[in-house]
Design a protein around this ligand. Sequence first.
Ligand SMILES: [Zn+2]
Length: 439
Amino acid sequence: MRVRIPATILLLAVPAFLFAQNPGSVPKMTPKKITAAEIQKTSIIIDTHADTPQRFVDENFNLGDPLNGGNLNLDSIHKGNLGAEFFSIWVEPKIYKGQYARRTLVLIDSVKQQMAKYPEQIMFVTTPEGIEYAHRTHKFAALMGIEGGHSIENSLALLRQYYALGVRYMTLTWSNSNDWADSSGDIDDKSIPHTKEGLTEFGKDVVYEMNRLGMMVDISHVSDRTFYRTLVITRAPVIASHSDARALCDAPRNMTDDMLRAVANSGGPDSKGGVIQVNYFSGFVSQAYRDAMKAQSAEVDKAVADAKAKAQAEGRGFTYSDEDKIQRSYMDRIPRPPLSMLIDHIDHIAKVAGIDHVGLGSDFDGVSGQLPQGLDSPADIPKITQALLDRGYSAEDIRKILGGNLLRVFREVEAVSKELQAQDRPRITEKQPFDKPQK
Ligand SMILES: [Zn+2]
């Protein structure tokens, strides 16, 4: 029996010079261009930051509900083929003072309650393999990251228990400095005590213990000094779960080119380096938007303070959602930046840090709906894919941005953790958990 050999294989076997001599005999084959939809379908898309747990707890919102002003629900997740989300476990530091651990646990529970409500659609996972398995079985993978080291209440025991509950990254700070690490949000506030070197001895132990556990060290939100101090001591590559490029928008929350390169080189000489996940918040994406925001900030602060005082006088609680509504009403007046400006940040980070060091960290449900034009939920992720394709990015590179890079870093963090656990454990300091404020 004669085996039929496909024409394409026969063509490949013929030396190229024969074609040159005989151009008329070659069938015209225009290579089929891959579409954004095809890339979307074949990628594991991972977003590293969404604040939806505040909605779960404060608004009784469920992922099966319509968006109703929010950014993330099951319908939009399926439309955009979002494969995995790291839900942010963020404890507002003023409202929940004295109850950080309690609020942290309530938020962790709220993510797990969503899994219990939609077991056919959502899978709770804690590993890179878990993300891949969920993708293969057409389920949405839910993960958790803590936003703000104050959640551990200066206790490595709490850190370890959060890991045990499934938390897989922690930003060392939120906008508030804590006893062991400094935040970009209040580093210039002289009334707040800061560390001498960016991290106290205990802060270094926290980073070490995160490395040992296999919890990704997230440097979004920290002060520049804390950033560099962390990079000196971390044994694993770090992530910025939701930060942009300072060269394009001058926000302390964004990262300088030097910092972008430092993340790419983090984890030591044998490491493949960390990843910067771009934040969609208009105030970090666009300088014009940021300037407009600054211009009205005093007015907004006053409106929030008034509402808070009124709530207190009436014996009511004042939640993040209450504050968010006020913030939103003001920011809605500022024109939204074009989506291309967000793509500029991806482009810039890819050029400065490298294509292996950029990804997506939307900050959905955490930015009062202030997002670039046409980007309102995961259903709009295909627009990012299309824009990258239009700028000449290859399918392979786009897959890295959409989730491949984060998966690589997550895997390496786990590998470093296994190595450290196999070693004799260095002493964890018994010193005071924080530096005494300088007099
Ligand atoms: Zn944040």
